[in-house]
Design a binder for this molecule. Structure first.
Ligand SMILES: [Zn+2]
Length: 280
């Protein structure tokens, strides 16, 4: 039986039915539903072995120099770049470690977290930093980190509420947590509908909106909650590729980046970043 990932309620209404994996074409058919009690949009059923849907996943590969520059120009503004004097940062869903390397240059002692244990080990050896894996590894660091970030990873979690709780406990009092996610209630999401690039089934499992995430912060003892809309041209460019070809075509995506930049400057709501300071 269906159980909401946020409030454990069983009743839902359909949002999108029978969506394919347009990005990597791993097959399958996915349904997004909205919980009738809390309103969280989520996959009706996540695949039992989600790890196979990450094979060939762009964010787990090393960036070329050109891509690194491109990434910084297009989505660099979506990451919290803060300076520190030896503070400890944990980036949950650290991908290829790009953000942690940037933070290391800004004085942070970096720690990563990845779902897949083999990938975490490989990344740890490559970057020479600690990369945790397995949600209960977080329990080994009570009140340890000064900063915890979920940079476009929260929507990938099978148990978002539980991981948020564990991460909160791993944060020091006075520490800050940042969560950046796609916004399913945005004008961009409504415009592109089931071809919206940031739906990304089945990798994107849930879409917490601003209210639901604010509640999660408050429930876990945070205050000074701030929300910022994020403009990312890739959402427009990827959606155009899905509309024209039903899948991801790099050439279309690249050409659509220029109008995508304009679009994201006019409609600045495809994603958002929420942050809070831990007090309790
Ligand atoms: Zn719910």
């Amino acid at each position: 039986m269906f159980e909401c990932k946020n409030c454990a309620f069983h009743e839902y209404q359909t949002v999108y039915n029978n969506l394919p994996d347009r990005l990597h074409r791993h097959g399958g058919s996915y349904h997004y539903i909205r919980c009738k009690r809390c309103g969280l949009v989520q996959l009706l059923e996540a695949p039992p072995d989600i790890s196979k849907f990450y094979s060939g996943y762009r964010l787990h590969q090393q960036d070329s120099k050109i891509y690194g520059v491109f990434r910084k120009l297009t989505i660099g503004h979506c990451y919290p770049f803060i300076k520190s004097d030896g503070g400890k940062i944990l980036d949950i869903g650290c991908g290829n470690g790009w953000y942690l390397e940037q933070m290391k240059k800004r004085g942070w002692q970096p720690f990563g977290y990845e779902l897949d244990a083999d990938y975490a080990l490989q990344l740890s050896a490559q970057l020479k930093i600690s990369v945790l894996s397995g949600e209960y590894s977080l329990t080994g660091y009570p009140g340890y980190f000064d900063l915890i970030t979920f940079n476009f990873s929260f929507e990938h979690l099978l148990h978002p509420q539980r991981i948020f709780g564990l991460a909160s406990k791993a944060l020091k009092k006075g520490g800050r947590m940042f969560v950046s996610v796609p916004n399913i209630e945005s004008g961009e999401a409504r415009l592109f509908g089931d071809k919206w690039f940031h739906l990304d089934p089945p990798r994107h499992i849930s879409f917490y909106n601003q209210q639901l995430l604010s509640n999660l912060f408050l429930k876990n003892g945070f205050e000074e909650i701030k929300i910022k809309n994020l403009a990312i041209p890739t959402g427009f460019a990827g959606s155009i590729s899905y509309i024209l070809r039903g899948t991801f075509k790099p050439l279309i995506w690249f050409i659509a980046m220029a109008p995508g930049i304009l679009f994201s400057l006019c409609i600045r709501d495809g994603n958002f970043m929420i942050s809070g300071t831990k007090v309790g």
